[in-house]
Design a protein around this ligand. Structure first.
Ligand SMILES: [Zn+2]
Length: 655
């Protein structure tokens, strides 16, 4: 068994957690979960960075003792990670005794090997904020970016780390191990940075106390990075637990946002080389989430709070969106309309409907028991589907192995499309009508359910609870990726209760925007009873108001599609309404139509109709109708369904 150690950065507790922290942690979680499914012994670490003057001052401002403030913010991170279904094996806090011991031990090693010296640190100091301000952050080169007051030149005693000695060793490292920094653009930046020359690094302070005391010189506390980066050693047992340390160190992946790649690929390997310890294998710097093309930041007021999305759409929808949308290394835009479109198209429509239509047919045609496939009947569609499943397993595993979860998801979604096509080709609802096609029906539903099982297993790193829900509906057990292959779903298993995985959402983008602003959930707009379009006694097609003209764009908003009626029955206690189960190509739906006076239910089954596909659901006589059937409704006459003079497959768009 191979060991796999992955870390997120430890998050600095001077601010509340937001989407950026959530994203890094969700990516690390998906990688950790995929490794566990591949059979690795995984150690997944996250945590909080709690030292430094900014924390001390934030606590003073909040009027609480610093350690209490640290407990509070660290608690918020832990709570958020529970909400996000993060499977970390440890949560490290740099104020813990185990970490203080580790940082002091690393300091001694580096010092004893001759890489630390004492000198004076000179910089720009703000006496109002009592902070050194990096020169690059000064306003007009003279004023503090926080309070606007003039800064002054000040110097204090400090320990320095001889970073300047590591220019060649670092360039050697980047050359001999090109994958050490991923993606390549970050690597090129670091090569340029180091090639320009390195200055020694100030690694202690005497101007504040909230930090780890320097061994044998407790007037000094360690400065930020020396303390923080050491957490990656602490959590795997450094310096006391040698067996554990050698099991997991060096780390396989340090994952982080691109803004701290430098500290992880310059300072950190230099500290480790100075201490004579092994270097991490790979540092991955991901891009930023932009909101309307601008970086999220507190001061811009465009920070996305993950909680609101989780409350409204479920945690798996958020995990799916961010992992599908961002290609690691590039920036991505967090746009509410994209979120909504992906949710409705990929989750509600593709995945959700595949699961509900296939399980519903097994309930209806096979008594709720996974049917036995027949060896006698497979034809080209079965062979094609199984080949596609085999191929997807291989490709998705490969992409996950390269930490490219976006590509893995794209592969999995092509398999979902394949199983949807397979069902449409085979038309189980037609097969179910004649006893002689029983074997083909059983084989079809078995293969479709078997592919759903594979889809469920493959999405597990990204959507762990969705996996559990799909498998429960199929009456199947969880499995690792090692033996994952088509044809191993257990026939004869009883299905669990069918539940909708991802109900369609009709939020407006404005509502989502408000959610992002407040972090609170918006009210549901898809209130079926209030948005009912078709009343019992109105004609099915309501003409638009007299003389009102709509634009071409208005018209294009109406999604008209061809569908096929699978089943029809009269709605009890209603003269006009009939309930239809229809196949819209990509999914099965229920519609209620006011055509019962013109058509008997038997006449409707198998008939091709035209429907408004993107109408908000409405409840009619207690039945939810998802869409509207088009019919001509002459005054005083009976409605006549819109039809075609040639065969048109379900799902075809009408324009
Ligand atoms: Zn200031």
């Amino acid at each position: 068994m191979s060991h796999f150690y992955i870390t997120t950065p430890i998050y600095y507790i001077n601010a509340e957690p937001h989407l950026g922290h959530a994203y890094t942690t969700m990516v690390a979680d998906a990688i950790a979960r995929s490794r566990r499914l591949m059979g690795d012994d995984v150690f997944f670490l996250t945590g909080t960075d709690e030292h430094g003057q900014k924390v001390e001052r934030a606590a003073q401002k909040a009027g609480v003792p610093t350690h209490e403030f640290a407990d509070r913010i660290a608690g918020r991170y832990q709570a958020l990670f529970r909400v996000l279904d993060i499977s970390n094996d440890d949560f490290i806090r740099t104020t813990e005794p185990r970490h203080i011991r580790a940082a002091q031990e690393l300091w001694r090693r580096v010092r004893d090997r001759g890489y630390l010296y004492k000198s004076s640190y000179e910089g720009w100091y703000c006496t109002v904020d009592e902070l050194f301000v990096p020169e690059a952050q000064l306003i007009d080169g003279t004023r503090c970016p926080t309070c606007g007051n003039a800064v002054e030149r000040l110097s204090e005693q400090s320990y320095f780390f001889q970073l300047s000695r590591f220019q060649e060793p670092l360039l050697d490292l980047y050359r001999s191990n090109p994958e050490f920094i991923t993606p390549e653009i970050r690597r090129n930046e670091m090569v340029a940075f180091v090639s320009a020359g390195l200055r020694d690094l100030s690694v202690s302070r005497t101007s504040f106390k909230w930090g780890i005391p320097v061994p044998e010189d407790p007037e000094h506390v360690m400065y930020v990075w020396f303390d923080a980066l050491t957490n990656y050693l602490t959590a795997v047992g450094y310096p006391d637990d040698e067996p554990r340390f050698s099991r997991y160190w060096p780390a396989d992946i340090h994952l982080m946002g691109k803004e701290i790649v430098r500290q992880h690929t310059v300072y950190w390997p230099a500290f480790l080389m100075a201490a004579g310890l092994d270097l991490p294998r790979r540092v991955i710097g991901h891009g930023w989430w932009l909101m309307n093309e601008a970086k999220m930041s507190k001061s811009l007021g465009n920070v996305v709070q993950p909680q609101g999305y989780v409350d409204r759409f479920g945690v798996d929808a958020l995990r799916y969106f961010v992992l599908r949308e961002m290609v690691v290394g590039q920036d991505a835009n967090f746009a509410d309309d994209t979120f909504l479109a992906r949710y409705n198209a990929d989750l509600a429509n593709d995945l959700g409907n595949a699961v509900s239509r296939i399980t519903t047919m097994i309930q209806r045609y096979c008594g709720g028991v996974v049917p036995e496939p027949s060896a006698a009947v497979p034809g080209p569609p079965d062979v094609e589907l199984i080949r596609s499943a085999d191929e997807t397993i291989r490709r998705a595993k490969h992409a996950a192995g390269m930490f490219d979860l976006s590509s893995a998801l794209r592969e999995i979604w092509s398999l979902i499309a394949a199983v949807n096509r397979y069902v449409v080709t085979r038309e189980p609802w037609v097969l179910a009508r004649s006893p002689e096609s029983r074997e083909l029906l059983d084989t079809t539903l078995y293969n479709a359910a078997d592919v759903l099982r594979i889809v469920a297993a493959l999405v597990e790193p990204v959507m762990p609870s969705t996996t559990g829900r799909i498998l429960k509906m199929l009456g199947a057990a969880g499995e690792t990726w090692a033996g994952l292959k088509p044809g191993t779903l257990k026939a004869g298993a009883t299905l669990g209760p069918i539940e909708p995985l991802f109900p369609r959402m009709e939020h407006t983008v404005d509502e989502l925007r408000r959610m992002a602003d407040t972090g609170a959930a918006a009210p549901i707009s898809a209130d079926a009873s209030s948005s009912a379009r078709v009343a019992e006694d109105k004609p099915v097609v309501t003409p638009s108001a007299e003389g009102e003209k709509i634009t071409f764009d208005d018209f294009m908003k109406v999604d008209l599609r061809v569908a096929k009626v699978l089943a029809a029955e009269k709605v009890p206690n209603s003269r006009k309404l009939v309930k239809l189960s229809i196949d819209a190509g990509t999914e099965q739906r229920t519609l209620v139509a006011g055509i019962a006076e013109a058509y008997e239910p038997e006449q409707l089954v198998g008939r091709t109709i035209v429907m408004v596909f993107n109408l908000k659901p409405a409840k009619l006589m207690g039945i939810e109708s998802n869409g509207m059937v088009l019919a001509a409704s002459p005054d005083g006459g009976k409605p006549t369904l819109v039809g075609f003079d040639a065969e048109v497959p379900p799902g075809t768009r009408v324009r």
